[in-house]
Write a protein that binds this ligand. Sequence first.
Ligand code: FAD
Ligand code: NAD
Length: 450
Amino acid sequence: MREAKNVFIGFGKAAKTLAFKLAKAGESVIMIEGSDQMYGGTCINIACIPSKLLYTLSMEPVVGTKQRNYHQAILNKRGLIGSLRTKNLHKIADLPAVAVLTGWAKFTDDHTLMVSYANGTSEQVRGERIFINTGAKAITPTIPGLSDSKFMVTSTEMLDQAHLPKQLVIIGGGYIGLEFATTYAQFGAQVTVLDKQKQFMSRDEREVAQAVHAQFDQAGIQVVQDVAVTQVTDAGPHAVINASVAGKPATFTADMILVATGRAANIKNLGLENTTIKTTARGIAVDDHLRTSAENVWAMGDVRGGAQFTYISLDDYRIVYDQLLGEGKRSLQEQEVVPHTVFLNPPLSTIGLNEEQVKAQGINYRVAKIPAAAMPKAHILGNSAGYLKALVGAENQILGATLFCVEAYEVINLISLAMHQHLPYQVLRDQIFAHPTMSEALNDLFETLA
Ligand SMILES: Cc1cc2nc3c(=O)[nH]c(=O)nc-3n(C[C@H](O)[C@H](O)[C@H](O)COP(=O)(O)OP(=O)(O)OC[C@H]3O[C@@H](n4cnc5c(N)ncnc54)[C@H](O)[C@@H]3O)c2cc1C
Ligand SMILES: NC(=O)c1ccc[n+]([C@@H]2O[C@H](COP(=O)([O-])OP(=O)(O)OC[C@H]3O[C@@H](n4cnc5c(N)ncnc54)[C@H](O)[C@@H]3O)[C@@H](O)[C@H]2O)c1
């Protein structure tokens, strides 16, 4: 039996970061990853990095034309992902105290795993501590004909399609649905998004949902709400999608159907029934320090059923590392207010409360708002659509922000920093920022409260 002080199941963001630090501190580490195509985890191989590379390339016309070179973009993506995967593997595997095993792990008891390899062999691995970082995978709704359709893909397959679809139908209008709609429409596909919610972007305030909807209209992306897809049938070169839209029958055709209806924690086939580890409806049950109900086992990242973001998984590493080799103070509390970005064009970044939520909670607030067009940098970048908005409370504290503008994903981090450091809005209003940048919009934004 192989043994190590620290055994990781899944090569995710939290696991690889914690494994590296523990190995550097001289502790023995076994990293178990099921697939040789997934060293480094979901983010670099099949999620954030490939999707944001394609998003970026979908905005770059081939020199001298208005066309985007989809095929070249896929080749670039494969090159980048391949090199990141190799780099991620070696960063861990080359450390003397680390063994990387490429096989699927299953608990046989709280301390022991059975690892099954592609060649049919298996071996037992025992860990003094075990860290579960197995991520999540796409949920495919049970719709007759959907799983059997040769046109159906999840984001994983979509990100590696050699050919651009002509008619792309996306089931689900959440993060993946809206981001992929943006990217593939920019490459030239005709895109329709079907979402079951009555309202477009039901988790966001109406003001920004309407602004995004207007951008989608301009980009030629069709969004349909209140949809129940009832049947998918392959018919020669395309699929026919039967649905009810607000109770009325409707039909859509597609040569690719992207299912983007959420992702569920990877807890099946982990052998949890052989352990004292408890689960919830969303994943592995953990306390505020990511300890499971088994005293030697932790769960980090998507598998614990919280918010599914790479930076949350990274922060989970900080919580566990602080317990093992630090002061043990860090907990899930630091994750309560975090920025989010939906990579649209322009991107949408939010943090904290929006105006509808502030009103509903009866909080005393003021609104700062400016159009993106007020910023020279937006014009330099050729996209002056959208706006920046922030809410400020009675103590001059920032309650939240909604940035729907170019480079919103960078600027939101400054607001996040100010909120976490409990800085009054005047700090951002009076801060000297480099020029011309979108960050300097924060001077103008908060100046509107004077
Ligand atoms: C298309 C897409 C785009 C996204 N874009 C963003 C974004 O822009 N920004 C952002 O912050 N988040 C984004 N996310 C979410 C983000 O990718 C995830 O939240 C993050 O990657 C989760 O990481 P993790 O640490 O939980 O584990 P993962 O990185 O998911 O790693 C889990 C690993 O465990 C392995 N594994 C599973 N079961 C076993 C087993 N039994 N034995 C051995 N190995 C096993 C898997 O093969 C996998 O490699 C995106 C997600 C998707 C799908
Ligand atoms: N930029 C980012 O940070 C980023 C990008 C992509 C993904 N992610 C992460 O990955 C997670 C998964 O993304 P996702 O888009 O799959 O999930 P999601 O939860 O963001 O959105 C799912 C959408 O599907 C809809 N839906 C569910 N079942 C449906 C059905 N049967 N028919 C029609 N619509 C249906 C829901 O109403 C919802 O709008 C996200 O929640 C996010 O945490 C993050």
